[in-house]
Design a protein around this ligand. Structure first.
Ligand SMILES: Cc1cc2nc3c(=O)[nH]c(=O)nc-3n(C[C@H](O)[C@H](O)[C@H](O)COP(=O)(O)O)c2cc1C
Length: 319
């Protein structure tokens, strides 16, 4: 069974530019869920978000837009707008753990309130032309909240449920709770996508060995760190030559494109430095190199340090 691989939405990283460039340089992902857009009071969609999601700007791989919202009316307006843009399938974010979001009862902050989730689905599903999938955690405060929610999901015609088996308050600490995930799998009437901490082929093999009925896997940070990972999983072996050279070309393409569209050198540096928090994890001496890159204060200095790094860096990955 060939796994279907989803690029996870990672706000500030897996945007349109990244997704397009990724698909030119690497294989393996079948589809991407885009980072969330929020409903705006009374407005349809921000022009910049509309532009980023225009199908002609997203030719690299199929995309499912994601909405973060607790407002059914705003959600319906946005979903219809996305449908008119060509998006038959959309995703609802019930997983975001960031306090700014969760404290307002959005994202994973809605998970302690099954009644609100049910009323949201009741109001929106009959009013939108799109099919809906949901991305969720196990709960906000604890991992049992999900068991009051799955029966609700089961009553509605959802496309699939993507589960990241942590709680909201856990953020990204600890390890994914595979036992609770397994129970969810048994209870869900909908197809389930596993998401969380797939960082290498061995982890994937262990997970796919345990959850034999799952064929849909979402990968986020693991592919930000090692962009060969999706193709490695697809091929079930790690056989790519010239990895450093290919990572350099990928990096350079991102740098070039963000240089065109971001507003000024400090935004460019900030964006590229964020990527390096993940890229360096593929290299030996990641901490030392990370510091050098994070300390750069001009684009020229950044280019110099990064060029030297690619010439001398040693990958931890097979090369
Ligand atoms: C910086 C950051 C931004 C994220 N943005 C989103 C988002 O916009 N929507 C979403 O559903 N999940 C978001 N996530 C969660 C990821 O999609 C994913 O569920 C999580 O990273 C676990 O998967 P991984 O271990 O494969 O990275 C974000 C995660 C991080 C670290």
């Amino acid at each position: 069974m060939i796994p279907k691989l989803y690029m996870a939405p990672i706000r500030g990283f897996t945007d349109t530019v990244y997704r397009n460039i990724f698909s030119k340089h690497f294989d393996g992902f079948d589809i991407a869920v885009a980072p969330f857009i929020s409903t705006q009071m009374g407005k349809r969609i921000k022009p910049s978000q509309h532009k980023a999601l225009l199908p002609e700007n997203n030719t690299g791989m199929p995309v499912i837009p994601q909405i973060l919202s607790k407002d059914p009316d705003g959600f319906v307006i946005l979903a219809k707008h996305l449908f008119d843009m060509g998006y038959e399938s959309i995703n609802w974010n019930l997983g975001c753990p960031f306090p700014k979001v969760a404290r307002k009862g959005r994202g994973s902050g809605m998970l302690p309130f099954p009644d609100i989730i049910e009323s949201f689905l009741e109001k929106t599903l009959s009013a939108i032309p799109n099919t809906l999938s949901i991305k969720t955690r196990l709960g906000y405060n604890n991992e049992n909240e999900i068991f009051l929610i799955i029966p609700i999901f089961n009553r509605y015609p959802l496309e699939e449920i993507i589960i990241h088996p942590r709680t909201g308050i856990q953020m990204y600490e600890g390890t994914p709770d595979l036992d609770t995930f397994e129970k969810c799998l048994l209870q869900s009437a909908h197809p389930v996508v596993y998401n969380g901490d797939i960082t290498d082929l061995d982890t994937f093999r262990t997970l796919s060995g345990r959850f034999e009925n799952i064929n849909r896997w979402m990968i986020g940070r693991g592919a930000l760190t090692n962009p060969f990972l999706p193709a490695t999983i697809k091929n079930d072996e790690d056989i790519f030559p010239n990895k450093i050279e290919r990572m350099k070309r990928f990096h350079d393409a991102l740098f070039h494109e963000y240089r065109q569209i971001l507003n000024g050198p400090s935004h460019l540096l900030q964006r590229m430095k964020s990527f390096w928090k993940y890229f360096v994890l593929s290299f030996e001496n990641s901490r030392k190199n990370q510091k050098k890159i994070q300390k750069t204060t001009s684009v020229e200095q950044y280019e110099e340090i990064v060029a030297r790094f690619f010439e001398t860096g040693n990958l931890k990955l097979n090369d």
